[in-house]
Design a protein around this ligand. Structure first.
Ligand SMILES: *[C@@H]1O[C@H](CO)[C@@H](O)[C@H](O)[C@H]1NC(C)=O
Ligand SMILES: *[C@@H]1O[C@H](CO)[C@@H](O)[C@H](O)[C@H]1NC(C)=O
Ligand SMILES: *[C@@H]1O[C@H](CO)[C@@H](O)[C@H](O)[C@H]1NC(C)=O
Ligand SMILES: *[C@@H]1O[C@H](CO)[C@@H](O)[C@H](O)[C@H]1NC(C)=O
Ligand SMILES: *[C@@H]1O[C@H](CO)[C@@H](O)[C@H](O)[C@H]1NC(C)=O
Ligand SMILES: *[C@@H]1O[C@H](CO)[C@@H](O)[C@H](O)[C@H]1NC(C)=O
Ligand SMILES: *[C@@H]1O[C@H](CO)[C@@H](O)[C@H](O)[C@H]1NC(C)=O
Ligand SMILES: *[C@@H]1O[C@H](CO)[C@@H](O)[C@H](O)[C@H]1NC(C)=O
Ligand SMILES: *[C@@H]1O[C@H](CO)[C@@H](O)[C@H](O)[C@H]1NC(C)=O
Length: 573
């Protein structure tokens, strides 16, 4: 009797752990719905932007690992990887598969969670207006609750489950994922300063969100939960502490866990340490942590790094924006100085003075970083511009939001291919995402045509994107162009929430003619790190580089090496 009762209590507290979900649930409409203009007399919020936001969140449901809840909306997904953590005798089930494969990686996950929570601190009311707050809550908790498990003791953080090599040799569904899946950790004697600090920043940013400690008054009102916020803050505090004080010193995490290097090796830890201090200062309303973050910024000369991309590996470009926001909101620090730093950075992006150029079609392109996921750096830049815009003068604001909208429009179909790069939102969207989950195939040698048509539509997934000449081939094996990933969707969520909040016009793709993408289909074949058929250089052997993780530092080096070889051959012919 008593057992039954406490079981009930447990069960009800478990089910109450989330906001109640809409009934009936939100499900992505089919692609043809993305051609129907929304009712012009009822456009606030705009139904198409609301649907896009819903689809983008739905992608994360499709990426879930572990024991799926009764409320699972993705009917073709199964419980999976239920033994994760067995090798180290803890429960590491749950969380998300990071991309088109089946590894679970804390470092890029932390970045995605930080980015999404930060975006909701700015424009969270967009989720509210679109009736998506409960799904945002579910999405965040599925990641954060796993990261809590991965933070197995004060100074232990699991950074990888599954092995990139084994995983890359597997192409198939979620019922036969190869085992054993090993679990790799960093700890006090074998630290990963970036991994500790990155996870701390995610916990702090999300703790602030659940505390309703938003920037401006646009946070998601119903997400407020001080219990959960406090839990997240305690993890943030412990992880920051071990990032600073680990007995093994400070170093990038692949020094301790070389197995992460292929997929998600990190180029430095100074940017994570700084953003962790800054987000923690915001979460705790602690001026001395803000000062600490400023000290790091100077000590590590991070203003020198402002010319690079903002992504899962490099956070420096986000710092002036966040410093300006926190300084503005708290009155602490020199808000004018930080605005100057932020505007230097953002003007540099707009003036092509920060290491990037525009493609012929108008996509912001960073050689190297953009080569294996062209949309991600551009969308992260657009996100920073949009975030910062409320803090500046009317003129600057207009300049920043217009530039951001151009990058967003490009992503949503205003490009030479007439392809909106989000799966399932329009008939012109890509049909062949590189996703072992969605493909339905089991033959790694025939990724492209077995089966002929991808088995499941991976609604809401942004793909890597076109090449530097704006060409997109929609080939499944071509991971630089068609892979999907947790961090790809993150900036787009923030931008979509902003547009739900502010934009009465439909997203660009609604105007695309059905068949437009077919009419603009490029000739030839890709020339990138996965497929070189289009490179037209004799003497090159075909390389079947399949499904390395995504757009990552070390893969980036492989790409550079390949290009170097091609150029060399081209010269010496
Ligand atoms: C707040 O979060 C806690 C911890 O996850 C959960 O137990 C509780 O049910 C939540 N409360 C509400 C009102 O959602
Ligand atoms: C898409 O949805 C519309 C409206 O619900 C329906 O009329 C149409 O048949 C659907 N198309 C496909 C291909 O399922
Ligand atoms: C469009 O919105 C107006 C105002 O809400 C409503 O009266 C009208 O019925 C809607 N039209 C359609 C076709 O849904
Ligand atoms: C949100 O839910 C309310 C109440 O059910 C409904 O009236 C409204 O149309 C929904 N908005 C969107 C964008 O789905
Ligand atoms: C989930 O299981 C069903 C039934 O066995 C199977 O048809 C489906 O392909 C599985 N899903 C994935 C993603 O493998
Ligand atoms: C600390 O992490 C290193 C690197 O992952 C690992 O080899 C070592 O066993 C860990 N230490 C403990 C006490 O688990
Ligand atoms: C959250 O903060 C906003 C102001 O930013 C306020 O309007 C709202 O009432 C707060 N919500 C809760 C649940 O505390
Ligand atoms: C914060 O930004 C707003 C909008 O630009 C401005 O009005 C306000 O003065 C700023 N506050 C501080 C402390 O800088
Ligand atoms: C983006 O596309 C929308 C919808 O077509 C359009 O109204 C807007 O002017 C475009 N913005 C820019 C900056 O091109």
């Amino acid at each position: 009797m008593i057992r039954a009762l406490s079981f009930c209590i447990l069960l009800s507290s478990y089910t109450a752990a989330q906001l109640s979900l809409p009934d009936p649930p939100f499900l992505p409409p089919n692609a043809s719905a993305g051609t129907v203009p929304s009712n012009s007399s009822a456009r606030s919020p705009n139904a198409q932007w609301s649907t896009l936001l819903g689809d983008l969140l739905y992608f994360y449901d499709a990426q879930r690992s572990g024991d799926l809840p009764d409320t699972n909306r993705v009917d073709w997904r199964n419980d999976s990887a239920l033994d994760d953590g067995d090798d180290v005798e803890i429960d590491l089930t749950g969380g998300y598969y990071d991309a088109g494969d089946y590894i679970k990686a804390s470092f890029p996950l932390s970045f995605s969670l930080m980015s999404i929570c930060w975006g909701a601190l700015d424009f969270g009311r967009g989720y509210e207006l679109a009736n998506q707050t409960a799904y945002l809550d579910g999405m965040l908790r599925w990641g954060l609750d796993w990261l809590i498990k991965a933070h197995a003791s004060d100074d232990t953080l699991y950074v990888l489950v599954g092995d990139a090599d084994t995983d890359n040799a597997y192409w198939g569904g979620d019922e036969n994922i190869p085992t054993p899946r090993l679990s790799y950790q960093v700890n006090a004697s074998h630290p990963g300063t970036d991994a500790f600090a990155g996870a701390s920043a995610a916990f702090s940013a999300c703790s602030s969100l659940y505390a309703n400690r938003t920037f401006g008054s646009t946070g998601p009102l119903s997400l407020h939960n001080s219990t959960y916020s406090k839990t997240l803050l305690s993890h943030a505090t412990q992880l920051y502490d071990v990032a600073v004080h680990a007995s093994g010193g400070q170093q990038v995490y692949q020094e301790s866990v070389p197995e992460v290097a292929d997929a998600y090796g990190s180029s430095s830890y100074e940017d994570e340490l700084t953003i962790a201090a800054l987000f923690l200062s915001w979460a705790k309303d602690d001026d001395s942590l803000f000062d600490e973050a400023e000290d790091y910024y100077d000590e590590f000369s991070l203003s020198d790094d402002l010319r690079g991309v903002f992504n899962w590996d490099s956070k420096a470009a986000g710092l002036p924006i966040l410093f300006a926001q926190v300084s503005n909101a708290t009155g602490h620090g020199d808000a004018t100085y930080w605005q100057g730093q932020a505007e230097n950075l953002l003007d540099g992006i707009i003036d092509n003075d920060n290491g990037a150029t525009l493609t012929g079609g108008g996509l912001l392109y960073y050689d190297g970083d953009s080569d294996s996921c062209s949309l991600n750096p551009a969308l992260n830049a657009a996100m920073l511009l949009t975030k910062y815009a409320p803090l500046t003068s009317d003129d600057q604001r207009q300049k920043y939001t217009e530039y951001s909208d151009k990058q967003l429009n490009y992503t949503l179909g205003d490009n030479p291919m007439s392809v909106p790069y989000v799966i399932g939102i329009n008939p012109n969207a890509p049909q062949n995402p590189h996703s072992a989950l969605a493909s339905g195939g089991t033959d790694i040698g025939r990724i492209d045509d077995s089966p002929e048509k991808e088995a499941y539509i991976l609604y809401g997934a942004l793909v890597g994107g076109p090449d530097k000449s704006d060409k997109f081939f929609d080939v499944r094996r071509d991971w630089p162009q068609t892979e999907v990933a947790l961090d790809y969707n993150a900036p787009l969520l923030t931008l979509a929430a902003y547009h739900v909040l502010t934009d009465e016009d439909d997203p660009f793709y609604v105007t695309l003619e059905e068949g437009a993408a077919n009419a603009h289909r490029p000739k030839g074949a890709p020339c990138d790190a996965a497929i070189d058929d289009g490179c037209n250089l004799p003497g090159m052997s075909r390389r079947g580089i399949i499904a390395m993780a995504v757009c990552v530092g070390v893969t980036g080096l492989v790409v550079l090496a390949l290009f170097a070889t091609w150029f060399y051959l081209a010269w010496t012919r």
